[in-house]
Design a protein around this ligand. Structure first.
Ligand code: SAM
Length: 524
C-alpha cells in the first residue's frame, strides 16, 4: 500500500477500464478476507448498537469498537460509521487494493503529509446487504453516497441514496419470474437492478444522475453481476421505442413545492408538481411493456377535497389502458407529510429554515386542495388480450410486508386471469383447495353453541383476515381440491336447511376474492 505516496486527494485520476476492474477485484477480495458481512458486523457491535445506528446514533457502535483494530472493525468504522481511520489500520484492511486503489475508485481520501499524521477517510458508504428472494438467499456489498451521519450536515441535493426502507419494500415485491428484459427506472445505487439481474437475462438501469449510474456500475462489478446496462436520462427517454418484460421503479415520487429556496433532492423529487411524476411513470409504462408485461412501482398520490385519490389514479390507469392492482399502505395528512420529508433532507425542526419549508409545503398542498397523501405499491400489467376485462383492484392494507411477496403477486395475477376466464357456472364446477397457510379462528360468546365471529387468516401474502359467515366458513372448510365448489355449496345448504342455488350465489363473490387473494387455490 502506497503510504509513501503523500496523497491528499479527493479527485482521483481517471482510471482505465482495466485498472478499474482490477481495483474492484482487489476490493472484493479484501472485503471477503475481512468477513465484511451483515452477520459479522452485527456480532461486532451487537444488536443494541445496531438499533441505535438505525435511529441515527453511532456512539454505542463506536464504544463497541474501542481497541479493535481488526480489518473488519476498520471497514465498519470507515464505511458504516463514516469515520476516518489511521493509515496503518487502512493498510491492514486493504492489503490488495491499497490506498492508491481506494483513491482511484473514489472510495477513500487521504489527509496528512507524513506517514504518522496520515488519516484515511471514506468518500462512500459501503455496506454488506443480505436478502432472500424466490431464488434463495443472497449477499452483496452496496456502495452509495455518505449519509447525514457521516457528513455531519444535511445531504446535498445530488445525494445518491443507499438501500432504504422503500428500496426494500419494492425489492420484496419484485416478481421474480424468469424474463428476458427488465427496466429499472431511477436506479440510484442500482439495488433494484441487482435484484432484477437474478431473474432477467438483461437489465437496463436508468437515472438522471450520472453519479448514480457510476455507483450502479461499481456495485454490479463489485458483486460480479454482468447483465446490467446503465443509461443516462429522464423517465423513459433513454429507452425510447423499447419494450420490456418487466419495469420496476422506486421513482422520485415525493411531492415537493416548486417554491424558490425549497431543496430539490434528486433521489426523491422528480421536479413535477404534486403527484404528476407518478402519473408520468404510469403513462410511460404502457408504452414500454410487452403485451402481458408487468410494471411494479411505489408512489404517492394526493387526495383532493373534491376527489378521492383512488379515482384520480384510476383515471391515469384508464388512459394508460393497464391492468392495475394498487395497495395503499399509508395515508398522511399534509402536515405530517411535510414534517417527514423536511426532516428526511436533514433540516432540523425548530429552525427558521424548517419553518420556512413547512410553510412552503402547506401552501403548495393548499393550492391544490390536498387533504391527505397516500403511499403504496402499484402492480400494473399491459393486457396480453386487449379485449379481456381489466383488473382494477384498489385496497388499503397497512400491515408491514414480509419478504418474498413477488411470488404471491405473480400467483394473484394468474388467479385473476383464471377468474376472468370463467363464468360463475364454470367456477361452480371448479375444484378449489384451501391454501396451506390459511387458518381459521372462531370466537364464541361464553355459553353459546355457535361462534359469534369466524375469521380466516392468511399466514403469507398480505396476511389477510377475512370475516366469514357460517355458510362461507363451511364452504371454504370443505374445499379440499376434490369436490367441485357447486357440490360443496349444495351439501352445506342441506346442512343449514337453505336453498343450494341461493347459498352458492351468496358465497361466490367472496370465493372469487379468496381465489384472487390466494386463500383458495384452483386445482384445475
Ligand atoms: C428514490 S430513488 C430510488 C433508488 C433505487 N432505485 C432504490 O430503489 O432505492 C429515485 C431515483 O430516481 C432518480 N431520478 C430522479 N428524477 C428522475 C427522472 N426524471 N428520471 C429518471 N430517474 C430519476 C434519482 O436520481 C434517484 O436515483
Amino acid at each position: 500500500m502506497g503510504l509513501n505516496e503523500n496523497v491528499n486527494n479527493d479527485s482521483p485520476a481517471e482510471p482505465t477500464a482495466n485498472t478499474q476492474q482490477s481495483d474492484v477485484d482487489c476490493l472484493r477480495a479484501d472485503l471477503i478476507a475481512a468477513d465484511y458481512s451483515v452477520d459479522a458486523i452485527d456480532r461486532l457491535w451487537g444488536t443494541d448498537a445496531a438499533a441505535a445506528l438505525h435511529r441515527g446514533y453511532r456512539a454505542p457502535a463506536e464504544r463497541a469498537l474501542v481497541g479493535n483494530a481488526s480489518p473488519l472493525a476498520t471497514l465498519a468504522r470507515l464505511f458504516v460509521l463514516g469515520r476516518a481511520v489511521s493509515a496503518a489500520e487502512a493498510a491492514e484492511a486493504f492489503p490488495l487494493l491499497g490506498l492508491a486503489g481506494g483513491i482511484r475508485l473514489a472510495l477513500l481520501a487521504v489527509d496528512g503529509d507524513t506517514v504518522e499524521s496520515t488519516t484515511v477517510r471514506p468518500l462512500l458508504d459501503l455496506r454488506p446487504y443480505e436478502f432472500t428472494d424466490s431464488r434463495g438467499p443472497g449477499a452483496w456489498w452496496i456502495a452509495s453516497d455518505l449519509g447525514e451521519l457521516a457528513l455531519g450536515h444535511a445531504i446535498p441535493e445530488d445525494h445518491v441514496l443507499g438501500v432504504g426502507g422503500a428500496s426494500l419494500t419494492l425489492s420484496g415485491l419484485m416478481i421474480g419470474t424468469p424474463v428476458d428484459s427488465v427496466l429499472d427506472l431511477g436506479t440510484g445505487c442500482g439495488i433494484q437492478a441487482l435484484h432484477a439481474s437474478r431473474h432477467a437475462k438483461r437489465v437496463v438501469a436508468t437515472d438522471i444522475s450520472k453519479r448514480a449510474l457510476e455507483l450502479t456500475a461499481l456495485n454490479a462489478a463489485l458483486n460480479g453481476v454482468t447483465n446490467i446496462e446503465v443509461r443516462l436520462g429522464s423517465l423513459y427517454e433513454p429507452v425510447a421505442g423499447e419494450l420490456f418484460d418487466h419495469i420496476v421503479s422506486n421513482p422520485p415520487f415525493v411531492i415537493t413545492p416548486r417554491t424558490p429556496g425549497v431543496p430539490s433532492y434528486e433521489y426523491r423529487d422528480g421536479g413535477l408538481v404534486g403527484d404528476a411524476l407518478v402519473e408520468a411513470v404510469i403513462a410511460g409504462a404502457a408504452d414500454h411493456l410487452v403485451p402481458g408485461g408487468i410494471a411494479q412501482m411505489l408512489g404517492n398520490w394526493e387526495y383532493h377535497a373534491t376527489s378521492d385519490a383512488f379515482s384520480r389514479v384510476a383515471g391515469w390507469l384508464d388512459r394508460a389502458g393497464l391492468d392495475a392492482w394498487i395497495v395503499e399502505r399509508e395515508v398522511q395528512d399534509p402536515a405530517l407529510y411535510a414534517e417527514t420529508w423536511i426532516r428526511d433532507g436533514g433540516t432540523r425542526p425548530a429552525t427558521a429554515e424548517f419553518d420556512a419549508l413547512y410553510e412552503a409545503w402547506l401552501d403548495d398542498f393548499a393550492e391544490r386542495g390536498v387533504t391527505s397523501v397516500g403511499f403504496g405499491y402499484l402492480t400494473l400489467r399491459r393486457p396480453a388480450d386487449e379485449s379481456a376485462p381489466r383488473l382494477r383492484s384498489f385496497e388499503r392494507i397497512s400491515v408491514a410486508l414480509g419478504a418474498g411477496l413477488g411470488d404471491h403477486l405473480a400467483a394473484s395475477l394468474a388467479a385473476w386471469d383464471w377468474l376472468a376466464a370463467r363464468t360463475d357456472l364454470e367456477i361452480a364446477d371448479a375444484r378449489l383447495a384451501v391454501a396451506s397457510d390459511v387458518t381459521e379462528e372462531r370466537h364464541y360468546w361464553p355459553g353459546d353453541e355457535h361462534p359469534a365471529v369466524i375469521t380466516l387468516r392468511q399466514g403469507g401474502g398480505f396476511a389477510r383476515e377475512v370475516h366469514a359467515g357460517t355458510a362461507l366458513a363451511a364452504v371454504v372448510g370443505a374445499c379440499d381440491g376434490e369436490l367441485p365448489l357447486g357440490i360443496i355449496a349444495g351439501a352445506v345448504a342441506q346442512l343449514l336447511e337453505v336453498d343450494g342455488a341461493e347459498l352458492l350465489a351468496e358465497v361466490e363473490p367472496t370465493i372469487r376474492e379468496l381465489v384472487f387473494a390466494g386463500l383458495l387455490v384452483p386445482q384445475d
